[in-house]
Design a protein. Structure first.
Lengths: 382, 312
């Protein structure tokens, strides 16, 4: 294990000009006009990433995650502090930003490779892989300005992942391309993980972090509020989202609500595969609230098994203690421990109260099917 | 992917891999190291710049010769034929100075707005930003090389031999020219981010600068005497382009060691009567001075670079 990214005491301040005087005349005539405000985008960030580690950076819009990423990639310089990097770094920030639209795809592959710091010889060796991965063989000698946006992004992604970086930085780009291409990208990221490379994944999608990361860092208003196991960080991330949601509540009626516990009548969360289960979610709320109940079930490796349909589960909560009953008539899951997250959302789907890992269901299974769900396939010979 | 690992990608231990540091301010040494490490990007950018410029034109690079050729023809017509300035082989005199001036002017004109124009790239991709300005200088050097080749062709056609014994000073003069041009290009590219007017200002400044340099007239023949009379001849040589242009003219225009040329029975001086050693020492000092200027330019760029993000 070698430390490949070492972020030490990094802060970044931006100057925001409220009146932009960029012409010489304006500057000479009114040297002091307009105000400048200093905005703290990042405050004293410290963390390390080692080889063989995939770290997620979570934060909602404006939390500073993109600024942090740009600092790590060297696009921005921190105002104070230092980032030390070891090995090649390829960043998937705004795919295709380095492309010259007047040049052909082929020329752009070499130019982009050079931007990422790879020599022509190195790009030569992987050129065919890049083209194959991007699936635009027929258009590689066409000027990039004639590409569709999908082709554009696929080519950029193909270059970045095929240059074999030691550190791959991914910024919410997995949302590009069609589903098949996305699967291919995720697949490539998994290969990277198996090869022991380091990946830094920036997202606000908790699912992606659960599915891919070993560890997660949570940023809130430029400060690092969590750096630890995925489940723990996700809990903190949700809590910070809630705090902000309360602050943003325009009606002024703050919803002070908490999910206290999840209990079963039998007292046990052990269940046999195929059997049913019921549990109660105990919620305390300060004022009456009409919202929707939502539940997520995850495997321990972070794969989302099921998310309930909130729109079909309206709840009317009274001030004080409430109990919401959940019936699972038949659990088709196979052997394993499954984590349950529960929460209350409003009609937009915005989380009002949430509890990460509110319960863990232990499923035992006697059959011989493998995987996570029993389909009960039966075979007939015709 | 398997063949990639054989093509020079180190996979194995990263313990020995060099550590790169991103911090508030890179020192000069780091800047130079980073620049050198990314020289391949520089050449990629130079050639892609040239390719983009002539991408859809039928005549391509030919245009890079046509425009200077036209300038040359016009100046020759105006100064030699109409104004009868009396400089023999004036076209060659003009050409020798113009190749230098074109490099200087092209590079600075292109580089002044380059960071503003490529803001998308600057804000998204990590590389030493001064490479953008240097790429413009690089492209100007390519055009310079083409024009120099045409100048040599001219010499052959006209049967006009250059001053062979001075030819070895040319590299010094070229290095000084490159460093001077690169320094101004780098600094201007950064200043323009903050003061967008610089683009227009620079066009005016370059015009003034052109007439302060002995390209279309001869310093010795026209203004040397009045300047000497006032004791301010040294001021003319504060313009670093002057020495470089004179050196190019000495090499390509003057055939023998004779500085004066006979026309209509009279003797006129066209270039200063310096011995070869003076040309050498002046050019070597200029290289040293310009190298210092280049380092200063990188330092200034580093200072200005920090706030690009909030200005672009």
């Amino acid at each position: 294990m070698t430390t490949v990214i070492d972020v030490e005491g990094v802060s970044k301040k931006f100057k925001i000009h409220h009146e932009r005087n960029q012409s010489l005349k304006e500057r000479l005539l009114h040297p002091r006009s307009g105000t400048t405000e200093v905005f703290d985008a990042l405050t004293d960030i410290n963390f390390r990433v080692s080889t063989n580690e995939t770290v997620g950076i979570l934060g909602h819009n404006g939390s500073g995650k993109s600024t942090l990423l740009k600092c790590i990639c060297g696009v921005l310089q921190p105002t104070s502090g230092e980032i030390r990097l070891r090995g090649n770094l390829a960043a998937l920030l705004e795919l295709g930003a380095g492309f010259q639209t007047e040049l052909s795809g082929r020329d752009n592959v070499y130019l982009y490779g050079a931007m990422l710091g790879f020599s022509k010889k190195m790009v030569d060796a992987i050129f065919d892989d890049i083209v194959a991965f991007s699936e635009i063989e027929h258009f590689i000698d066409t000027q990039v300005k004639f590409y569709s946006s999908g082709m554009y992004v696929r080519l950029a992604f193909a270059v970045a992942v095929n240059v074999n970086p030691d550190i791959l930085v991914v910024d919410e780009v997995l949302a590009v391309g069609d589903e098949r291409f996305q699967a291919k990208c995720i697949d490539r990221i998994r290969t990277f993980q198996e090869e022991g490379r380091s990946i830094l994944l920036v997202t606000h999608q908790a699912d992606q972090v659960r599915a891919l990361c070993d560890r997660a860092i949570v940023l809130d208003a430029g400060r690092m509020v969590a750096n630890g196991p995925v489940q723990e960080s996700l809990r903190i991330f949700r809590e910070h989202l809630l705090e902000d949601a309360v602050e943003l509540d325009r009606t002024g009626a703050q919803v002070d609500m908490s999910i206290d516990s999840v209990t079963t009548r039998s007292g046990s969360f052990d269940v046999r595969s195929g059997a049913g289960m019921s549990f109660d979610v105990n919620i305390t709320t300060h004022s009456a609230y009409s919202g929707y109940f939502m539940m997520e079930v995850f495997t321990r490796s972070g794969l989302l098994v099921s998310r309930s349909d909130a729109q079909r589960s309206p709840v009317n909560l009274r001030p004080g203690s409430n109990s919401v009953g959940v019936d699972l008539p038949q659990i088709p899951l196979l052997d394993g421990v499954y984590d349950v997250n529960v929460g209350i959302v409003d009609h937009h789907g915005t989380v009002i109260a949430w509890r990460e890992r509110a319960a863990s269901i232990q499923v035992t299974y006697d059959g011989r099917e493998g995987g996570i769900v029993e389909l009960g396939a039966s075979i007939r010979q015709q | 992917m398997s063949d990639a690992s054989t093509a020079g990608f180190h996979r194995g231990s990263l313990d020995d891999a060099p550590v790169r540091v991103v911090s508030a301010r890179a020192n000069l040494r780091t800047r130079l190291t980073n620049l050198w490490a990314r020289r391949e990007l520089l050449s990629s950018l130079v050639f892609s710049d040239i390719r983009i410029k002539y991408k859809d034109s039928a005549l391509g690079l030919f245009w890079s010769m046509l425009a200077p050729a036209l300038t040359l023809a016009i100046y020759d017509l105006v100064f030699s034929v109409i104004l009868k300035n009396g400089i023999p082989n004036f076209a060659l005199y003009l050409f020798s100075g113009l190749v230098v001036w074109n490099l200087f002017q092209n590079a600075i004109n292109m580089a002044t707005g380059v960071i503003v124009d490529r803001a998308g790239l600057v804000k998204k991709v990590s590389f030493p930003r001064e490479i953008l300005a240097l790429a413009n200088v690089g492209a100007a050097v390519i055009y310079f090389a083409i024009q120099l080749a045409v100048l040599c062709l001219f010499l052959v056609i006209l049967g006009h031999a250059p001053a062979w014994n001075y030819l070895w000073i040319l590299p010094f003069s070229f290095v000084a020219l490159y460093l001077l041009t690169a320094s101004i290009a780098i600094v201007m590219s950064a200043i323009t981010v903050y003061l967008r007017d610089m683009r227009h200002l620079m066009e005016v400044v370059l015009q003034l600068w052109f007439w302060m340099s002995p390209v279309v007239y001869s310093y010795e023949k026209t203004i040397a005497a009045p300047l000497h009379a006032h004791g301010i001849a040294w001021a003319y040589f504060l313009n670093p382009v002057t020495l470089i242009i004179m050196t190019f003219q000495r090499i390509f225009y003057v055939q023998t060691s004779v500085m004066s040329t006979v026309t209509n029975g009279g003797i006129i001086n066209i270039l200063p009567k310096w011995p070869m050693s003076t040309y050498f020492y002046l050019n070597v000092s200029m290289v040293a001075l310009m190298a210092a200027l280049f380092l200063l330019a990188l330092t200034i760029f580093g200072r200005l670079e920090g706030n690009f993000e909030s200005e672009l």
